[in-house]
Design a binder for this molecule. Sequence first.
Ligand code: G6Q
Length: 554
Amino acid sequence: MTGISSTPQWNALENDAAGLAGMSLRTLFEGDPERFARYSIEAAGLFLDYAKNKLTDEVVDHLLALAAAADVEGRRAAMFAGEAINVTEGRAVLHVALRAAVTDGYKVADVDVSAVVCAELKKMQGFCRRVHQGAFKGYSGKALDTVVNIGIGGSDLGPQMATVALQPYWIDGRRTFFVSNVDGQHLADTLDAVDPEHTLFIVASKTFTTQETMTNATSARAWFLKNGGAESDIAKHFIALSTNAEAVAAFGIDRDNMFQFWDWVGGRYSLWSAIGLSIALQAGFDNFEKLLAGARRMDDHFKTAPLAQNMPVMLALVGVWNRNFIGAAAHAILPYDQHLARLPAYLQQADMESNGKRVGADGSDVAHATGPVLFGEPGTNGQHAFYQLLHQGTDIVSADFIAPAISQRELGDHHEKLLSNFLAQTEALMCGKTEAEVRDELSREGMADAEIDALSPHKVFPGDRPTNSILMERLEPETLGGLIALYEHKIFVEGVIWGINSFDQWGVELGKVLARNILPEIAAAGENKPQATAHDASTNGLINKVNAMRGKVR
Ligand code: G6Q
């Protein structure tokens, strides 16, 4: 499918974009009072308004034709059927099975996976109960009220994002920390804040070989042994979430304390699996189940709704439109809810690791742009930081604005203020402010003509900045599950249209290999190392500089 950009459907969209070049979104709204009703979808507790994108019915028809040309429905069926759609790793992609009903009967290579998923969920539930009731005790007989989740990438970002998002549901007296970076300060700072007698370490790693995670887990174990725990106490304080039983056993973790998942669960799609144990321990297993249920509602919608009324499909098609035909190379994720503070980081991985590819699934170079650069911050903070570029920069940046209508912690008129900003920003990005409006405003303020001439170009907003708005009544476990699943399926559909494999991540390998080569060349503090010569002049020079600085340490 790498040839999608040579299809007539693509060509029709190029013509549409050229035809709309002189047409503003304001004009499109003025001529079409039904725009909001037509370009909005409700599903799984979420409401999507995509009317503030430069779309017409013709464009939407052509986008749907593009989806048909890329066989979105066929690929969707293949994913749900457990086919090995991750072709470069020969794996099925079945995170939907993790949140399915047992009766859904998802299969991988003819094996019904529902039973194993169900058994693992039961095991997680039982473990949560024992920890919450204080029956799973630490070495000194005390209850474990603190969790340190050690993992990185998919084994960190998802559970961390969801745990933060569900803060109103946290169980009283419980704390959870996430340690990911191999920078020892991350672990050391965390260990300063916890008490070994009360702490449960969760080593979350699909492969159980990841350098950062194994280094942190090894140092955490050493800290535990130095601070009161004995070797025989490890089983009471260290558990593992992994697919690699041998490596878990080799680390010294009891098989009973290992929660498993499977190779058909991609790392960045794994928060629904045992990798979500930290969420369940902090926010309660019942809320973890509600998170799964919310995602399942979105799965059902994605599976069954006609493409034109299908929220993930339309969000993806709008994404393709903005990326490939409007020229937006960056996309902002702007949640107007402080508890969604980690959503941009989470989606950065989900989207950029999935769709940041330049070769199609068939191995040939793609002839079109693929995934955009994602970034974001919660509103209103972002408004006081980078929105300047969104409004007046030289590049078009598309954006998703996300907000709950009711805050989990309504406080005075804070939420009304937050929502008014949420709504005003998309209005401002869409409408902009013309030179005539600026001049009129300045003149009414009594400004002299010469000053108006000088200032007005700086105060013009071009508008026509495309945005989506995603609303929910409240940020609850179910709506959070639906929201995450919405993005998972959006990313999938975009990948299908771009003809790439959204489920591998070879691009993270090269740096890892080179780091392994360089590691022996880095001096320990106070050590003298021979001059580095094996690399390019810059890398050699930097190694020598680093070693000179580290060599001075006494
Ligand atoms: C996600 C990636 C990657 C992975 C981490 C951690 O899709 O595969 O981010 O999650 O590299 O891997 P482990 O869980 O194996 O430690």
